[in-house]
Design a protein around this ligand. Structure first.
Ligand SMILES: NC(=O)c1ccc[n+]([C@@H]2O[C@H](COP(=O)([O-])OP(=O)(O)OC[C@H]3O[C@@H](n4cnc5c(N)ncnc54)[C@H](O)[C@@H]3O)[C@@H](O)[C@H]2O)c1
Length: 267
């Protein structure tokens, strides 16, 4: 799964899932562009990646802002000829119910999760087409297939939209040898979640996951590594659930066993 000399840009990679993806792709030989709004964490991530022996570049930009995205990529293309791997990972939610949500909040969630991916894709596609190579990964969510726990209707809508965008873009870019896939993480223990939830609450939530544990940022990164590797060169337009079976579980395992046993007949 080596990515020697490849250039990967991961949006929102100063922390959490994006940072784990950046570290893993770097460990497999890719140069990395770290994008985020968080300057201190972003610079620290860049320094840690440089220690792995690849080039790393800090690219601060709000990916929901067209001018900032254009400026970021013109800077990136001064350092690298191409972006071979684009991971649209930056995302935000909001805990508000629809009746309490301003149009501004709705737009911020859609702009970051969905429109930001569109803006970044637009910048990399022409060079990928010329090279006849590219890997685009859109980080969606299990919320795209059910609903979000705490991200709001705007988040669910944006992440579902990202799956439609993934399928359509995959079709448009397939003739150029460019694959486009989505990842649907289930509940993933990032520092942001650890800060807000007690150990007791985290343990209680494990019943959501048939596999018996929370996903970690590194689990999401491993799935991304597979999808950008040559092992997955024929896979495009797909949405991979990385969720320990969370989407399968519409009841906890104890309830499943209770009901199943009622219908067991002898012989
Ligand atoms: N953690 C989970 O349980 C989970 C589950 C499903 C999907 N996801 C998705 O995975 C992705 C990463 O989530 P995470 O849990 O690591 O979140 P996180 O908040 O820890 O990281 C997201 C990063 O994106 C950055 N960001 C936000 N808005 C930005 C913008 N406009 N421009 C540039 N950077 C911006 C943030 O500063 C942050 O560093 C998100 O798209 C999220 O929706 C997470």
């Amino acid at each position: 799964m080596d990515l020697p000399g490849k250039v990967s840009l991961i949006t929102g990679s100063a922390r959490g899932i994006g940072q784990a993806i950046a570290f893993l792709l770097a460990k497999h030989g890719s140069h990395i562009v770290v994008n985020d709004l968080l300057e201190k964490e972003g610079m620290e991530t860049v320094q840690a990646i440089q220690k792995l022996g690849v080039k790393a570049l800090w690219a601060k930009a709000d990916i929901s802002n067209e001018q900032e995205v254009e400026r970021m990529f013109s800077e990136v293309f001064k350092h690298f000829d191409n972006v071979d791997i684009l991971v649209n990972n930056a995302g935000v939610g909001s805990p508000l119910m629809v009746e309490d949500m301003s149009y501004e909040v709705w737009k911020r969630v859609i702009d970051t999760n969905l429109n930001g991916a569109f803006l970044c894709c637009k910048q990399v596609i022409p060079r990928m087409q010329k090279k006849k190579y590219g890997r685009i990964i859109n980080i969606s969510s299990v919320a795209a297939k059910k609903i979000s726990y705490h991200g709001s209707a705007a988040y669910t809508a944006a992440k579902a939209g990202l799956l439609g965008f993934t399928r359509h873009l995959a079709y448009e870019l397939a003739p150029y040898g460019i694959t486009v896939n989505a990842l649907c993480p289930g509940g993933t223990l990032t520092p942001r979640i650890r800060e807000r939830v007690t150990q007791e609450e985290m343990d209680a939530e494990i019943k959501r996951f048939p596999i018996g544990r929370w996903a970690l940022p590194e689990d999401q990164a491993k799935a991304v590594l597979f999808l950008v590797s040559d092992q997955a060169e024929i896979i495009t337009g797909q949405a991979l659930d990385v969720d320990g079976g969370e989407l399968l579980a519409w009841m906890d395992f104890e309830t499943y066993q209770k009901w199943r046993k009622r219908f067991v007949t002898k012989g």
